[in-house]
Design a protein. Structure first.
Ligand SMILES: [Zn+2]
Length: 330
């Protein structure tokens, strides 16, 4: 039997910049997780370098406790370069700042459990952050201002524009280039920028964060990966983390390294599941995401997949993706 301990740091989270909201927590938490020896041995025998997908970057596991005001929530993350990453490709903040008990920008609000009811009369499908439906994470009129970092390669710029076009072609979402003259018109915007030292395609937030938020791209982040990251910007979470996922897929924990188990945490009160589980979603992980042994799956559908559906496709927006976003921004 292996025993793994997580020792969590004291920290303070300040989100007063745009939200006039402050989250404070100073908690030390210890978790002991027991796993069958056989499962750990299987992981130990395979190389961590197998985990190579750009949306599933490797890193060191850590966690923090977030105080949402009425509850404390343990948030597991993976350190990739300087960044704290949750769910593979969503940036929680600067990992050093988390550890140093100072400031976290923005994305911590992802875990704010403030109750937001779906009183808008909208009928979203899929998995949508509640605060995108009727709260502060919503893009006004579905308009997403953006900047493109001149440091991006021409190929990446072309891929960004194709990815935006894929969404605007089939949903009410629109993008507006935040030129110099429009800076004051669009204070909240997405910056498509370079990935720095994190070898991954990443999004800072789910929905509108307020101020600048980044989609971070490295060489290799193609149109499909960027469509996925834009899905986060619009307000979509990962399909396989829906609250109802256990009825549709089995998560094979024995093939997932211990430090990545947190990446498969189900969404609970922060999110809203609507419509049927969508195996074809561009927001779904592929079958062997985070696998110790990538020849074996970490996500196994319960029952046959619909015809021509492949988990983790990054080719197209599924009918469910389109309906979800139409439901948010119609
Ligand atoms: Zn993602």
């Amino acid at each position: 039997m292996d025993v793994f301990s997580l020792k969590l740091p004291e920290f303070f989270v300040d989100r007063a910049d745009h939200m006039s909201k402050i989250l404070l927590a100073a908690v030390v938490f210890c978790a002991v997780i027991n796993r069958p020896y056989a499962a750990m041995a299987e992981c130990a025998n395979s190389s961590a370098t197998n985990i190579a997908q750009l949306e599933y970057p490797r890193g060191q596991a850590d966690s923090v406790v977030v105080d949402t005001g009425n509850a404390k929530k343990v948030v597991s993350f993976v350190k990739v370069g300087t960044l704290a990453i949750v769910e593979g490709d969503i940036v929680l903040g600067d990992a050093r700042m988390l550890k140093d008990a100072t400031r976290v920008e923005g994305a911590i609000r992802l875990f704010d459990g403030a109750p937001i009811t779906d009183s808008s009369g909208m009928h979203p499908f899929g998995k949508v952050l509640k605060s995108v439906l009727s709260g502060p994470d919503r893009w006004l009129n579905g308009l997403i201002p953006f900047e493109i970092d001149p440091a991006l390669t021409p190929d990446s710029v072309a891929a960004v524009r194709q990815a935006m076009a894929a969404w605007t072609k089939v949903t009410p979402v629109r993008f507006a280039e935040r030129t110099f003259d429009l800076r004051s018109t669009y204070p909240d915007f997405v910056s498509f920028t370079t990935g720095e030292d994190a070898n991954a395609c990443l999004s800072d937030h789910i929905g509108r964060r307020g101020g600048r938020q980044s989609v971070r791209l490295v060489r290799g982040c193609g149109v499909g990966q960027i469509m996925h990251e834009i899905g986060h910007v619009i307000g979509l979470g990962h399909e396989q983390n829906r609250e109802d996922r256990d009825q549709r897929v089995q998560i094979v924990m024995s093939n997932i390294p211990l430090q990545y188990e947190g990446q498969f945490e189900k969404y609970t009160s922060d999110y809203m599941d609507r419509g049927v589980y969508d195996f074809d979603s561009i927001m779904h992980y592929e079958a062997n995401a985070f696998a110790c042994d990538p020849s074996k799956p970490t996500i196994v559908p319960k029952g046959p997949l619909p015809a021509n559906v492949r988990l983790g496709q990054r080719d197209h927006l599924s009918a469910g993706d389109i309906e979800a976003v139409k439901g948010i921004y119609k």
